[in-house]
Design a protein around this ligand. Structure first.
Ligand code: ADP
Ligand code: MG
Length: 225
């Protein structure tokens, strides 16, 4: 599903600003369909940079990365790759002016050209899955952090991605809300969705990975730098 070959990325120097910064060095990784992969590492070790490579927000400065056989470095593959990869970030990036349902509908209509009816039906299916179907008319500001993050997960799922990537999905949450989000993620892993999770929740990473699917890949700091 995802394969890298000496994946390397260096942020360029900015004029009068930051110096060049090496974020990934020759990362070798292969992730099979249906696996749950936890990516661990200290702050600044390149986890988010790696995540951004998977949906081609960033492309390698050297080496390669393929998603389902598609080279992310080839601009012709961009739309195709974005359609295969869903993303959930640390800060629930819901559209503040839209209610829960429309947050989960708009991408399907705009990007996948689905009808409103189809999009609503699909959105409802996933909102039910994450336990948020009672909140379809709520605006993001009316929801708790855990609820917002569950909507963000439903929104990503509604695009029917082949792999979903979570970048520290619980790190901005109050502790009492972490569990509800991890529990949704655990269900998804059990259902065989290919998942990549950047997380500091070691207990969760270990439990889900051993219990459900084959392996947890831990990028060592060496590999990430
Ligand atoms: P992590 O997600 O593991 O905390 P990042 O991928 O965000 O790490 O960052 C990896 C390295 O790249 C760090 O040294 C960071 O300072 C640098 N970096 C991240 N984003 C940028 C950027 N936009 N411009 C320049 N350097 C960056
Ligand atoms: Mg990060």
């Amino acid at each position: 599903m995802i394969k890298t070959e000496k994946l390397t990325f260096t942020y360029p120097a900015e004029e009068g600003g930051r110096q060049e910064s090496s974020a990934l060095r020759e990362v070798e990784l292969e992730i099979e369909k249906g696996s749950f992969v936890a990516i661990l590492g200290h702050n600044g070790s390149g986890k988010s940079t790696f995540a951004k490579h998977i949906n081609a927000l960033l492309t390698p400065t050297a080496g390669k990365l393929w998603v389902d056989g598609l080279d992310t470095g080839d601009p012709e593959n961009l739309l195709n790759i974005r359609g295969k990869v869903g993303m959930v970030f640390q800060q629930f990036n819901l559209f503040g002016n839209m209610d829960v349902l429309n947050n989960c509908v708009t991408g399907q209509m705009k990007v996948l050209h689905r009808t409103r009816e189809e999009s609503v039906e699909n959105a409802m299916k996933y909102l039910e899955k994450v336990g948020m179907s009672a909140y379809i008319n709520a605006k993001p500001r009316q929801l708790s952090g855990g609820q917002k993050q569950r909507v963000a997960i439903a929104r990503a799922l509604a695009m029917d991605p082949e792999v979903i990537l979570f970048d520290e999905p619980t790190s901005a949450l109050d502790p009492e809300m972490v569990g509800e989000v991890l529990s949704v993620m655990q269900t998804l892993a059990q259902e065989g969705l290919t998942m990549l999770v950047v997380t500091h929740e070691m207990g969760f990473a270990r439990a889900v990975a051993s219990e459900v699917v084959n392996h947890t890949i831990v990028l060592t700091e060496e590999e990430q730098r």
